[in-house]
Write a protein of this length. Structure first.
Length: 175
């Protein structure tokens, strides 16, 4: 596992069930609300400040997903909403960001994530992921989706690589 962690240059995530607990509130106007963990948001910012590439690939189609993630350091073009072919989107992300699949940590929680989990360098599943994802994972976070599994995974990699350090001035300038 240490060898896999040492190669990571990018973090790619599913959204529902990974960044959120999977609960979706449907409003009368058709908008769908999700609840994100603020500690995950800080971890995204830390990763972004230290040059890691961030990407989300989700079947969800609310533009609010993109808006939330951009405030956390994601590039707009690295947020793939309404994805119906996660492999195609993963390949596009890797090509545009000049990373190889073995340099990517991917967190997925359900069947549509399995294809990418099998391609990436370090496959992670939240504690409450479906059994197929838990079996496919290189690492299972002790935290469930939407309750810190993202923060736990980013922090684990960055601490192992010696990059989990906050530069307050850079943080103020970027966020």
């Amino acid at each position: 596992m240490e060898q896999k962690i040492s190669k990571i240059k990018a973090f790619v995530f599913d959204v529902d069930g990974v960044m959120t607990d999977g609960t979706i509130l449907a409003l009368p106007d058709g908008d769908l609300l999700r609840r994100f963990d603020a500690k995950d948001g800080f971890a995204f910012r830390m990763a972004s400040m230290h040059g890691y590439h961030l990407c989300a690939i989700t079947g969800g189609s609310s533009e609010s997903i993109r808006k939330r993630l951009v405030t956390c350091g994601f590039k707009t073009e690295n947020v793939y909403i309404h994805s119906r072919d996660k492999i195609k989107d993963f390949d596009d992300f890797c090509t545009r960001n000049e990373v190889t699949p073995d340099q990517v940590l991917y967190i997925g929680d359900d069947i549509p994530d399995l294809c990418v989990m099998k391609l990436c360098g370090l496959a992670v599943a939240p504690a409450d992921a479906c059994s197929e994802c838990i079996e496919a994972a290189d690492y299972v976070s002790p935290r469930p989706g939407g309750k810190g599994c993202v923060r736990h995974s980013i922090e684990m990699v960055m601490k192992a690589q010696g990059t989990w350090v906050l530069n307050t001035e850079q943080y103020k300038a970027n966020f």
